[in-house]
Design a protein around this ligand. Structure first.
Ligand code: GCB
Length: 579
């Protein structure tokens, strides 16, 4: 059966659809879009009943419905996280036709989605035509939509490895890898687990589906700039063998494992029992043309810039990033604060049960996806919610306790911008993360006030909660190439002087209870149109095309100074290198 779909346009995957065509209605489109393509699958996938065929969507923004050969196979709420459907049975029903995959994606945000938003119909017919509506949101980035990450077809045997959980620890020189393997599709199965070092040598093994592997003379996973050889990864190879009356099945999975611990005290963040100071950035998945679509050259360029800068960490502001990016962090020793898409929760109706239920489900999906990454050292459940509203107390208590139950090994936070005295959720977080924009949104132009106001901010938060604090955002817009001395807002000089004033205070407080500083933002990024934004947010220290502004050099000098003072430089910095 051959189906004609109708007029279509070429649309690359992965990519946001917004900036691909010249059509302004598609750029700002709100509603359903349809993707479709046919693929031919190997005959063996059809004839061998012992094979599971799985369709996996890395992420699609926001609500997706998926059909295969016209039959609905799954739907999923939420961008930023993967979802799957098993389609083998369906393909077997009509083995002669190619596999037609149809994905409908709707980017509408409501009060109960994450991030939340609302649709507003404009009813004044003297101003707006019939049916005119806008999508309102409370976040500061463009609501890019489409299929943002790869769509894959893969197979497993009927009996397969469904999940692996790894929790690591160490005592003296011995590493401990507590693991548990979940098997599906087999009444009984044997599992062989082998932990290998980077040279491919087996360092520990077991025949149990769960247990503890002991690693003598362990190589711990260390962050970049904290050890000469950061990002050490073992490989946990798991082989599953199962049989039924028809056949035997073998599944195998190799999971990179970094052995490290994370702990928080009243004043410190400890990785492997050593104080870790976050000197890093906030990012966005954002670039010209592809929007939020995964783009390997961009990913690798960004990691080169992060390392050039001497940054040791970033926050996945304001949603979960592609798994490929987390894998890069594991390998390079870049520490992550892994954030949910809980950004812009400002309306009291977004603190109700429907929203909370969805937020809990998103945390389930996020922790299930990212729990085994050594680079992830903390969960952030939200960014700048209206945490002063009374329902925030129950909302964040439930959310944070739920996340801790999912993963007792990592601290949990949400990022706040509200007043310390009125914040209802702060008692439940492990680390206080505060955003502030002194001399920008407050007292514009008055950089001389930063020192006083920032000092007050830190003393107030620490005084009330006695928890370590990360300055999770600070910065100023700079339009590249605009200069003025003495500095005025939007110039490269002003961005620099704001940063310098913040740094002076960080240097006093980091010896006490401030455990990190994350610049807003790594690079300029696109926002919705408005009078406060000139073709996007310009607080990047790099342009959207990843060229440095003056502030990038200032930050580079600072981060390498911090690294020299608090860390251990990687081996390659001791030899001539293109820094
Ligand atoms: C914030 C937000 C971030 C914005 C930034 C800004 O507090 O968390 O999403 O982009 O401020 O530049 O206004």
């Amino acid at each position: 059966m051959f189906c004609q779909t109708g007029p279509v346009i070429d649309m690359p995957v992965p990519a946001s659809y917004n900036d691909i065509t010249q059509d302004p209605t598609l750029r700002d489109f709100i509603g359903w879009v349809w993707y479709e393509r046919e693929v031919t699958v190997p005959d063996r996938w059809i004839t061998d009943e012992g094979i599971r065929v799985v369709l996996r969507v890395g992420s699609a923004h926001y609500y997706s419905v998926v059909w295969v050969n016209g039959v609905k196979v799954t739907e999923h709420e939420g961008g930023h996280l993967p979802f799957e459907a098993e389609i083998g049975t369906l393909l077997r029903k009509e083995p002669t036709i190619p596999c037609r995959i149809t994905i409908a994606v709707n980017n509408t945000l409501t009060l109960h989605t994450l991030p939340p938003g609302s649709i507003q119909y404009m009813n004044d017919r003297t101003m707006y035509p019939d049916g005119f509506f806008v999508q309102n949101t409370n976040f500061d980035f463009y609501n890019y939509a489409g299929i943002h990450r790869p769509v894959l077809l893969y197979t497993t045997p009927k009996a397969y490895l469904d999940d692996i959980t790894v929790v690591t620890d160490f005592m003296d020189n011995t590493g401990l890898v507590r693991y548990s393997v979940s098997v599906q599709g087999a009444a009984s199965a044997t599992v062989k687990v082998t932990l290998m070092d980077t040279g491919g040598h087996c360092v520990a093994s077991s025949n149990e589906p769960s247990g503890v592997l002991k690693v003598a003379d362990v190589n711990l996973w260390w962050p970049y700039l904290m050890h000469e050889n950061p990002g050490y990864l073992y490989s946990l190879e798991i082989r599953l063998m199962a049989a039924d009356e028809r056949s035997t099945y073998e599944d195998v999975y190799a999971l990179p494992v970094g052995i490290r611990t994370v702990n928080v005290t009243r004043t410190q963040f400890l990785i492997n029992n050593k104080p870790f100071y976050f000197h890093g950035v906030n990012k966005h998945e954002d670039a010209d043309i592809r929007g939020k679509g995964l783009d390997w050259p961009l990913v690798v360029k960004d990691f080169n810039l992060i390392k050039w800068l001497g940054a040791n960490s970033f926050r996945t502001s304001h949603y979960p990033y592609a798994e490929e990016i987390l894998q890069m962090c594991d390998r390079h020793g870049i520490v992550l604060i892994d954030e949910s898409p809980g950004v812009g929760i400002k309306d009291i109706r977004s603190f109700g049960n429907a929203s909370l239920t969805h937020h809990l489900a998103v945390m389930d999906e996020l922790v299930r996806r990212d729990k085994n990454h050594p680079s992830v050292v903390m969960w952030s459940v939200a960014n700048e919610p209206a945490s002063e509203m009374p329902p925030a107390e129950n909302y964040f208590k439930t959310l944070i306790l739920h996340t801790k139950a999912l993963d007792p090994t990592r601290p949990v936070t949400y990022v706040t911008a509200s007043n310390y005295a009125r914040d209802k959720g702060a008692p439940f977080v492990d680390v206080i993360c505060v955003n502030s924009y002194f001399s920008w949104y407050h007292d514009p132009g008055h950089v001389e006030l930063i020192s006083l106001q920032l000092n007050t901010q830190f003393e107030d938060w620490y005084g009330k909660y006695k928890k370590p604090i990360i300055q999770s955002e600070y910065g100023a817009d700079a339009v590249p190439g605009i200069h003025n001395d003495p500095p005025v807002m939007f110039t490269e000089e002003y961005q620099k002087v704001v940063l310098q004033n913040y740094h002076n205070v960080f240097d006093q407080k980091r010896k006490k209870y401030v455990i990190g500083e994350l610049i807003w933002n790594f690079a300029d990024f696109m926002t919705t149109q408005g009078i406060a934004r000139v073709v996007g947010n310009k607080k990047g220290i790099f342009t959207r095309q990843r060229q440095p502004k003056a502030a990038a050099f200032l930050l580079k000098e600072r981060y390498w100074k911090l690294a020299n003072e608090t860390g251990t430089l990687p081996l390659w910095t001791k030899y001539p290198c293109p820094l």
